[in-house]
Ligand binder design. Sequence first.
Ligand code: BDR
Ligand code: CA
Length: 314
Amino acid sequence: MPTELILDCDTGVDDALAILYAAGQGARVHACTVTHGNVPVEVGTRNTLTVLDLAGLSTVPVHAGASRPMAQPLQTSEHVHGRDGLGDAGVSTSSRQPAGDLAAVEIVRLARERPGKLTLVAVGPLTNIGLALLLEPDLPALVRGVVIMGGAVGVPGNASQLGEANVWHDPEAAQLVVDSRWDVLFVGLETTMQAPIPPEALRRIEASTDPRARFTWAIMQHYMDLYEPTLGLRSCIPHDALAVALALDPDLATYRCIEAYVETGPGRTRGTLVGDLRPFAPPPAEPSTRGVIRIVDRMDFNTFFARLLESLGA
Ligand code: BDR
Ligand code: CA
């Protein structure tokens, strides 16, 4: 049975990889919902439509959502993903229109329609998911699972010293997610930064004539320009695709349960996902307890990259 997904994204470069991965691995994507984040929501919406068309998923509806965070001004990350969010490669050309209903409303509608069936995957700021939780307090009982690309537990941040972008862009929404009674997996920088795309995989993407690989190679150049000095090699991090991979195949990793909260006060630690990593902390009883999250312990990156290449036709 294919995994049934709602994919909430802010489509920049690694979100595009996540969509291509989901399509290539046979996920049943019921909808993509879009939030502000890497780029303004209307830009992310057009990018999402473009990538779905390329992936052969042009019947998947796309719902635009939150245009700003709950309690702070909009900040976007064009320096990471390019002015158009897809590496300024001139490829975001879809003329398809988004569906009428707003993202949070559609998340609630689909979850009610298919109780216990859908995995909610969020790879952008968590505003749409937070709004859906406010609209439908029973959302945690209606979804099968929740996988989020977000956080930097015990490692440096990327949007601030300790803050990872998706949590930092909307700390109040992230706290709503952490505070809900559901089994939520945060795939954070402590995992994703271990997985730069290997040089051999990049050579295969560059050499492939598959349209998905050509597109990926084009949009990745700007993203690799950004990552190259940090990584010390010309590569980049496929953050969001790693989260989708674990939503589709949880056996690719082992996990640990920790207590966590989001710093929502003013100051330099605002937007930090703080996890209790103390070895002597009592293990939290249930993953679906308020304030308890799962994080990745170890992940099989080799299998992930093999599946990523397959999904790109490389
Ligand atoms: C996350 O932030 C965005 O730049 C990426 O798309 C990813 O979702 C990584 O911190
Ligand atoms: Ca993203």
